[in-house]
Design a protein around this ligand. Sequence first.
Ligand code: GLA
Length: 730
Amino acid sequence: MKNIKQSAAWLLFALSGTGTPLLAQQLITVNTKSNALVLEVNKDKELGTIYFGEKLEKEADYSRVSAQYHQGNEYTGIYNSAYTPAGSKNLFEPAIAVTHADGNISLSLHYVSHTTKAVSKDVSQTEIVLKDPVYAFEVHLFIKTFYANDIMEQWATIKHTEKGNVTLTKYASANLYLKGNNDFYLNQYHGDWAREMNPEQSHLTHGIKVLDSKLGTRADLFQPPVFMVSLEKPAGEDEGKVLMGGLEWAGNFRNEFEVDPLNNLRIISGINNASANYVLKKGENFTTPKFWYTLSTHGKGQASRNIHNWARDYKILDGKGDRMTLLNNWEATYFDFDETKLKELIADSKKLGVDLFLLDDGWFGNTHPRNGDTAGLGDWQENKKKLPNGIGTLVQSAKDNKVKFGIWIEPEMVNPKSDLYKQHPDWVVKQEGRPEHYFRNQLVLDLTNPKVQDFVYGVVDNLFTKNPELAYIKWDCNAVIYNANSKYLKENQGNFYTDYVKGLYSVLQRIRTKYPKVPMMLCSGGGGRVDYGTLEYFTEFWPSDNTDPMERIYMQWEYSYFYPALATAAHVTDWGKQPIKFRTDVAMMGRLGFDIVVKHLNDTDLQYCQEAIQNYNALRNTIWHGDQYRLQSPYEADAASVAYVSKDSNEAVVFTYLVKNRYEAGTHTPIKLKGLKADAQYKVEEINVYPGKKPAVETAIYSGDFLMKVGINPNVNTYNTSVVLKLTQV
Ligand code: GLA
C-alpha cells in the first residue's frame, strides 16, 4: 500500500545522556503525499501525537523525533494526547469528557490495537482502539488519508457497556497537535446575514481561543466552521506553512486553539458541547462528525487547490459532474407572481440562454397563503390562486422552452400561521410555558422525531413523484433554534442539537438513495449553513443573499480558499450599482445564475448577457474543474485578479476587477499568471467585451514562460472596470 507505512515494530530507544531507562514505544505513522502524522503509544499505553508536519525521507527518523519530543517534555510532564480524555492525568483542554454510569467523571484511554485498510487506490483508513482500563468504555479513533490531495479526516466512535447510561459532556472529533517551535497565526471568519466570510487574522497567544456556534440550525450565520492556521508567519498565496481545516457538520461546532506553556498548539474540533450533554445508552455507538484538514508548505494557494480537488473527488455530491446555469425569480418577483408571470419568466430563461428556471419562495399555502414571509411554511401544497394548474404546468412550460425546472423549499421550518402548526404542535421546537420566539416569523421542526423526518422526506418525495421531470431543488433554512426543546426526546434534551443534525442527515440520505444525483442547492438565508458534511448531499451552496458584485469579489475570494467554484452559486442581480458586465463577470467565477427581470434589460445588455453565457458555457469546465489561482488580492491592490487553469494547462481564464474608486485606480503593471506550461504558446484574447466597446486587451500570442514571469496587464481602470481574458494554447 503506497500511502500508509506503518512502523509495526516496537521501537526501542534510550534517551541519551539523561540516564532515563529504556522505553518501549510503538509508532503509528500515517502519511499523505507531503505530510506525516506520527502517533506514539508510550510505556503507559497512552496514545500521543509526536509529529505532524512535512514527511521525513526516512521512516526510521521518526523514532528520533520521538526521542527529541520526550527530551523537550520530560520536566513538565506534558503529554500531547492524540485524543485527550478528561479527569485523569492530562490536564489540558479535553477532547472527550464523560460522566460514567456510576457518576464518576474520570476517563483514561489506553491503546489496545490498530488496523489500517485501503479504501481505494488513493484513500486509506486507520482505526485505533482505545479503552478505559477501569470502565467498560471505549473510543475508536479514525484517521482517513487522501494521499494525493494531502488531506486527512479524523473522527471518533464512542461506545460503552456500563451498567446504565453514560453522559458524554464533550465529544470532539479530533485533537491535533503542532510542535511549539513556531508562532501561530489564526485566520478566522465572522459574518451575519448578507455579510458572510469577513476574515480576521490574529497571533495566537497562550491560553485557549474558541470559535463556535450555538445557533442550532443556520449554525454558520455568525461564524463558519472553517479556519486557517499559519506557522511561523502569516502564509502567502505561494509561500509559507498553513493548516486549513473545518468540521463536517451542519450544526453547532466548537473549534479550540490552545497554546500550551511549551508553545505547542493543540487544535480540538468537534460538535459544540454547550447545552449538549449527550446521553449514550449501553451498547449504542456515537460517531462524531469528521474533521478535515490539510497542511501546505507552499502557501494558501496550494492548500486550497488540494481542498478543491478533494472536495470534487470525494465530498461534494456529483463533484466531478456538470452544473446548470439558471434564472431565479426571487428578486425578480419576490412573492408576487402567478402562472402567467412565471411562464413569461420561463420563456425569458430560454431567451437568455440558461439551462434552468428556478421557482423560489411563495408557491405554496392555501389556508395561509405564502404571500410574504409571515405565513404558509409547512403547507407544501401549491397555492391555488397563484398556480391553479399546479407545478406540473410550469414543468411542462419549461420543457416546451427547452429549459429545466427547479423549485425552492424550506422543509425544516414552520410558520405559526400554517395548517401544519395547528395539526402538529408537538412537532415544533419550542418550550412549553415560555413565549415563542421567532426568527423570520418562523420556528423549526423537530427533526429528532422520526415522524418529522418522514414529513420532511415526504415534501421532497411528493414533489418528485408528482413532477418526475423536476430537475433541481433549492433547500433553504432561514431560522436559528430558539427555546431548544424536543417533545420527542423527553428527558434527554442534551441530545437535541446533535440528534437534530443526525435526523437531517438521515432524511438527506433517504432522498439521495432515491434521487442520487438531482442537483440541490444548500441555502440558509445565504451562507448560514456551509460545510463538507452537508455538501455530501448537495451539489452547490448559496454563499450569501448579498449579490452586490463588489461584495462578492471579497466574499468569493474567502470562500474560495475552502470551496471550489463549481459548488459556489453566484447570481447576477440588481444589487450594487455596477453595470451588467461587471455583475456578470463576477458571477462567472462561480456557478453562474441570474436573478433579474430579463425584459428590463435593454437590447445591448441582453446581447451582452447572451454572449457572456455562451462564453461561460465554453469555459465552464475550466472554471469548475480546473485549478484556481488567486493572482492579486482585492485587499492589497486596486484590482482583484483570479485565474482558473484547466488540469492540462491548455486553457485558462483570468478575471480582473477594479475594486478601488480613486483617481487613476487600475492595473498599472502586468499581472503574472500561474499554472501555465512555460514552453507552450497561448493565444490571449479578451472575452465578454461589451457590444460596441473597444477591447481593453488586444489579442496576441505569448509564451507561458512570458506570461508567468512578466505577465500581462488586463488594463483594468475606471473605464474598463472588469476584464476577462481567455487563454488558449495554440
Ligand atoms: C432566503 C434565501 C433567498 C430566498 C429567500 C426566499 O433568504 O437566501 O435566496 O430564497 O429565502 O424567502
